[in-house]
Design a protein around this ligand. Structure first.
Ligand SMILES: [Zn+2]
Ligand SMILES: [Zn+2]
Length: 258
């Protein structure tokens, strides 16, 4: 049977990119739609290795930390000046409050003002995290994570095939519910083998990522959003101590099929 969905890890780094790697960016492709989940630092260069950026159908941003949206800026230049252009504006789905933040950033350097700078190439909408977004035949839903700012895990479904992306989160029941029974759980493991203690938590260790995948009944776990402190193999071993399904650490360029 042909794959229903293909997932390409475009950027697998946490906020400080690993050498030669990009920050968070995951491309979901079906025959009918290409959707990008997040677009962190360095993502556009990697994306251009696999597709022409005007062929994107939508971008969904999980939260407004720089390692999840900053490459929207070089993408804007690409859409405005080429080398590749798009006839219609590209739908850009931001979290609640994200529009104002992106406009404030653009206002610091765009002589034409943030409205023209962004609106010429992007069709900006803030999603309602309680609702759904539809792109082609894909249904996209959300769950609020536990993070330092408002952030949303994202689930993408088509014909019973499903991918859930954790965004940035501490251990979180709502994210586990969103990931329930998914074919593929792309889960952050920013802390690696370390622990985050205290009241203010916002990330997962690899062991915790495994726990969440196990509780969610995810059929496959891929660890992403990690740094250089630990080897990918160490993260996989740690996650396997709590998750019994197939598990691997992502790298930029990893291709997964569902
Ligand atoms: Zn974050
Ligand atoms: Zn992050």
């Amino acid at each position: 049977m042909a794959a229903t969905m293909r997932v390409r890890v475009v950027g697998s780094s946490a906020s400080v990119p690993r050498p030669g790697r990009a920050c968070s960016c995951h491309l979901i492709r079906t025959r009918e739609a290409n959707v990008l989940l997040d677009m962190g630092t360095g993502a556009l260069a990697n994306l251009r290795e696999v597709m022409d950026y005007p062929d994107l159908d939508a971008i969904v941003i999980s939260h407004m930390h720089a390692d999840h949206f900053l490459d929207l800026i070089p993408l804007r230049y690409g859409l405005k000046y080429g080398p590749l252009l798009r006839e219609e504006r590209l739908p850009l789905w931001l979290p609640p409050g994200g529009e104002q933040q992106l406009r404030a950033l653009a206002a610091t350097f765009s002589p034409e003002g943030p409205k023209d700078f962004l609106d010429e190439v992007f069709e900006i909408t803030e999603y309602d995290p309680k609702g759904e977004v539809y792109v082609g035949n894909l249904t996209i839903s959300f769950a609020k994570t536990i993070h330092y700012i408002d952030a949303y895990a994202v689930r993408v479904e088509r014909d019973g095939a499903s991918v859930c992306y954790s965004s940035d989160t501490a251990p979180c029941d709502a994210v586990e519910e969103l990931a329930h029974g998914c074919n593929l759980f792309l889960c952050e493991a920013s802390l690696g083998l370390a622990q985050e203690n205290g009241e203010m938590r916002g990330h997962l260790s690899a062991v915790e990522a495994g726990q969440m995948a196990q509780r969610a009944g995810a059929r496959r776990l891929v660890l992403t959003h990690y740094g250089t402190e630990f080897a990918p193999g160490e993260l996989e071993d740690a996650a396997r101590s709590t998750y019994r399904g197939p598990c691997a650490a992502a790298d930029d360029g990893t291709e997964l099929t569902i």
